[in-house]
Design a protein around this ligand. Structure first.
Ligand code: F6R
Length: 255
């Protein structure tokens, strides 16, 4: 498990609260920080908690910059299923972030290669990501770095696997509508973040969580490559932790 810090929590709500606290702590420490953000079902509760803190505790994001992990190829920003729309609905539209400092790859760019290098460069120019939130795919992907992604990969166009397309079909009218490609930060881009917080909730993630923490570091399980980073916190709820060994559980912290 290397030096990955594992926090075991009861369920989704507690996971979301603990994660939001970690983020809020960083925002208070460095108001002009660079956030690395994710989409999908997992971070919704954490975003809700950050919105609550913004509304009731005055947590401000007015000086922050953000970079999202990924975006579907072919969807324009206004598309209802684009990650830009998701972020607007679940976070940006409800806090005080400056719109011009929220970055998401343009999946509808004419020249996708150029968009990928522009995105990498923008992250570097912003000084790198201070804290990155990640979910995990049932196949161990992080961002849209599917199995086989190398540790040195940067932002690029990736092909989504059938299992990822299937898993994401719940956000679309039908599986045929799910784009088959995405622009995604690479593993090296993610490893470049100063702090990483990975969230996993639900039984469907149990095998991936076990492979990430107890398996060897391999591109076959992209999340296992996080073991080479020295500041990773993994927050796992009871169903997602259900396949972990007694040794791993014994080393974990309970909140
Ligand atoms: C989202 C992303 C993906 C998701 C992962 C888990 O921006 O990059 O890696 O974090 O697919 O998705 P959910 O949270 O929907 O289970």
């Amino acid at each position: 498990m290397s030096n990955v810090k594992l926090l075991l929590v009861e369920g989704y709500q507690e996971m979301s609260k603990v994660a939001a606290q970690l983020f809020a702590q960083e925002v208070k420490r460095k108001p002009d920080l660079v956030l690395g953000l994710a989409t999908g079902g997992t971070p919704v509760g954490m975003y809700e908690e950050l919105i609550r803190m913004h509304r009731t505790e005055g947590l401000s994001f007015s000086q922050a910059t953000s970079f999202n992990l990924d975006e579907y190829v072919g969807l324009e920003a206004q598309h209802p299923q684009s990650y830009r729309t998701y972020m607007q609905e679940h976070l940006f539209g409800q806090i005080d972030m400056a719109a011009e400092r929220t970055n998401i790859p343009r999946g509808d760019a004419q020249d996708l290669e150029q968009e990928c290098s522009r995105y990498e460069q923008a992250i570097a120019e912003a000084g790198g990501i201070d804290i990155q939130v990640l979910g995990i795919g049932t196949n161990g992907h992080i961002g849209f770095n599917e199995p086989g992604s190398s540790a040195s990969s940067k932002t690029r166009v990736v092909q989504l696997t059938p299992s990822t397309i299937e898993a994401n079909a719940r956000f679309f009218e039908s599986v045929e509508e799910v784009p088959t490609q995405a622009v995604s930060m690479g593993i090296a881009t993610i490893l470049g973040a100063k702090k990483i917080v990975l969230l996993a909730s639900g039984e469907a993630k149990a095998q991936a969580v076990r492979d990430m923490l107890e398996g060897e570091m391999t591109p076959d399980v992209p999340a296992s490559l996080l073991q080479m980073h020295d500041d990773v916190t993994v927050i796992v709820d009871a169903p997602a932790a259900s396949l972990l060994s007694a040794v791993t559980i014994g080393r974990a912290k309970t909140e």
